[in-house]
Unconditional design. Structure first.
Length: 196
């Protein structure tokens, strides 16, 4: 989904003082072999309310993907863990499952819900911009590696976007949207804020 590159190599200079669509390239005289490799071998920290760890390999962590229109994450889920409903505004997602049993759900703009339980060796495809989630429904930790056709897919979590913004969205918006009282909204806000 990203624009095409205009040169062979453009390792991101993350500290550059100018801003462009993406990042400026560091000088080619400073490029090393390490710029083309990134380590996703470590399991992330699963001790959180969701039992999930997303280790991102976007341009911020892996400057080598700058201008290449591609990036890869690592996702670990504890038993029962969830990667909550979210979307990527700038990217489709193609993911390979390495370990475990995971319920993948996709929700279209027409609110059609597609889902499947997938296991090691299977790919799942999330169309660009659609809400999706992954839930570990097996008896061991889940591991999968999502790849994106963007160096910076962006990740927007539905629950955070409504209940954990800075500053908070006025309660009136949320009570009128969800057709419930302040106490319900306050309870959700408190739970989500303390989980992050
Ligand atoms: C998983 O869906 C991810 O976006 O990392
Ligand atoms: Mn995703």
């Amino acid at each position: 989904a990203d624009p095409d590159p205009l040169q062979d190599i453009c390792i991101a200079d993350l500290d550059a003082k100018i801003s462009v669509n993406g990042f400026p390239c560091k000088p080619e005289t400073e490029v090393t072999s390490d710029d083309f490799f990134f380590d996703l071998s470590e399991e992330g920290n699963l001790s959180n309310a969701f039992g999930r760890a997303v280790t991102e390999g976007n341009v911020h962590e892996f400057p080598g993907v700058n201008t290449q229109g591609i990036s890869t994450n690592r996702v670990d889920l504890a038993v029962g863990g969830i990667n909550p409903p979210h979307l990527h505004p700038r990217s489709s997602e193609s993911s390979i499952v390495i370990r475990g049993t995971v319920l993948v759900g996709i929700i279209t703009t027409d609110n059609v819900f597609y889902s499947k339980v997938v296991t090691a060796g299977m790919l799942f495809l999330i169309p660009r911009g659609l809400v999706h989630f992954q839930l570990n429904v097996g008896k061991e930790n889940v591991l999968f590696f999502p790849s994106f056709n963007s160096q910076l897919p962006g990740t927007q979590f539905v629950h955070s976007s409504l209940f954990n913004t800075t500053p908070p969205i006025p309660n009136e918006v949320l009570t009128k949207t969800f057709l419930v009282g302040d106490e319900v909204i306050n309870a959700i806000k408190a739970a989500i804020t303390s989980a992050h």
